[in-house]
Design a protein around this ligand. Structure first.
Ligand SMILES: Cc1cc2nc3c(=O)[nH]c(=O)nc-3n(C[C@H](O)[C@H](O)[C@H](O)COP(=O)(O)OP(=O)(O)OC[C@H]3O[C@@H](n4cnc5c(N)ncnc54)[C@H](O)[C@@H]3O)c2cc1C
Length: 396
């Protein structure tokens, strides 16, 4: 086993950290307040080719993998951005780059990858109100029409619709024979803006610089080139997307936790309130939780890196490793940020110290993209061998 990063991986981390260092708390505070997409940050990542890491060299990308993408996401989060810095590595490199690179036809690669290398943004539209975490029960349907399709349905909680070039939509192909609940699901690429597609922005607690929407699809036209993979067999492709997405979120959580601890330690070494003049960092009541947070993050970080390495190798063990990493990283990240806030005292509750933003932006990842309960159910069934605890399993 060799845990040492390659020179190329070190370069990716250094580049990502350098970009992040240019976007401080003031920047994130401002765009969070006015709820505006971090365009300058996005452009800076694109300029350093950091959004093209999983795209092959022949298409203008770096020809690297999810591991390098995860390392970059962790680095930007840890160097000051928190989850705001990590999310871009999903909406472009994964929803677009990874799916087209791994599952697109030669024609699709030619059509979509150049824009993604430049910094194209892809929205991922999977969730629906009626099905929630039970994604295979979605109702959005794709009706064959001429040499393409018409999409009809409604999606909820869909990100970056206002700024995206494309939307990757999960829909059920009308009339497709169905023996398993995943049969008939397909992934379609919609060019935005699209006739028949409307979006309504939703208010939310955190990551307010990324728009989240209710989306209606009223006969949205998709040309034949917009169908990714074989018709009706999109679910297997989803795993690449979902596992990579979860790992980037997990990497962002680790980076966010490390950032919170760094800030808490700096504060605790300075702040003095008692007559003996010692900094509050000398009290074990504050030290030990920070030490525990650091230890948890170190373990979660290894989980994330190993799962990404397995995913890049196409190892089936990647699925469970990703879920372990997802559970540990969000727990460790949130614990660290919470302890960071506690260490700063009431100052930690104020936007000016940056920690409350880190907490709000990270908290959502107990719910999305994979809720805690569904992650634990996955481990219970597929790692522990316990009976499936929910839903009707039609043989999938
Ligand atoms: C800010 C934000 C951004 C998002 N971005 C996107 C996006 O870009 N694209 C997209 O497609 N989706 C997105 N989502 C949606 C997100 O992935 C879903 O909200 C999530 O998958 C769960 O669906 P739900 O909220 O409807 O939960 P529900 O299915 O209603 O579940 C409610 C609660 O019950 C629990 N639960 C459900 N079933 C079980 C069970 N069998 N056992 C135990 N507990 C269970 C859940 O874990 C959850 O805690 C986003 C959500 C948020 C909040």
């Amino acid at each position: 086993m060799d845990f040492s990063p390659t020179p190329l991986q070190q370069e990716v981390v250094a580049k990502a950290g350098a970009v992040a260092a240019r976007f401080g708390d003031d920047y994130w505070y401002e765009i969070d307040k006015i709820e505006r997409f971090p365009r300058e940050f996005w452009d800076a990542l694109a300029a350093e080719s950091l959004l093209a890491l999983p795209i092959a060299g022949e298409h203008g990308g770096a020809g690297l993998g999810i591991l390098e993408t995860v390392l970059a996401a962790e680095a930007v989060a840890a160097r000051g951005c928190g989850m705001g810095g990590a999310i871009p590595f999903i909406v472009g490199p994964v929803f677009g780059g990874l799916i087209v690179e791994r599952h697109g036809s030669a024609e699709q690669k030619q059509r979509f990858l150049p824009r993604l290398v430049e910094g194209g943004i892809w929205s991922g539209a999977f969730t629906e109100e009626s099905s929630g975490a039970n994604v295979t029960a979605i109702r959005t349907r794709a009706e064959p029409a001429g040499d393409g399709f018409l999409l009809h349905g409604e999606k909820k909680y869909i990100g970056v619709v206002e700024v995206a070039d494309q939307m990757l939509v999960l829909a059920r192909v009308a009339g497709f024979p169905r023996q398993r609940r995943t049969d008939g699901l397909s992934l379609f690429v919609v060019d935005l803006p699209a006739a028949g597609l409307t979006a309504e922005r939703m208010e939310k607690m955190g990551t307010r610089y990324v728009d989240t929407n209710r989306v209606r699809l009223d006969g949205v036209r998709v040309e034949a080139i917009g169908l990714i993979g074989a018709l009706g067999h999109g679910w297997d492709l989803m795993f690449d997307v979902l596992n990579a997405e979860r790992l980037i979120v997990a990497a962002g959580a680790v980076g966010t936790g490390l950032l919170a601890i760094e800030r808490a330690v700096a504060f605790a070494n300075e702040r003095r309130v008692w007559s003996e003049g010692e900094p509050i960092g000398s009290y074990q009541g504050l030290q030990f939780p920070l030490a525990k947070a650091k230890a948890r993050l170190a373990a979660a970080r290894l989980n994330v890196h190993q799962a990404a390495w397995l995913l890049d190798r196409g190892d089936p063990a990647a699925a469970i490793a990703t879920t372990h990493a997802r559970v540990n990283a969000i727990d460790a990240g949130l614990y660290a940020v919470d302890r960071g806030i506690q260490t700063l005292g009431s100052a930690g509750y104020l936007p000016e110290t940056g920690l409350e933003r880190l907490w709000r932006d990270l908290r959502v990842h107990r719910l999305a993209p994979l809720p805690d309960e569904m992650a634990l159910a996955h481990i219970a069934q597929h790692d522990l061998g316990l009976p499936r605890s929910y839903g009707v399993d039609h043989g999938s």
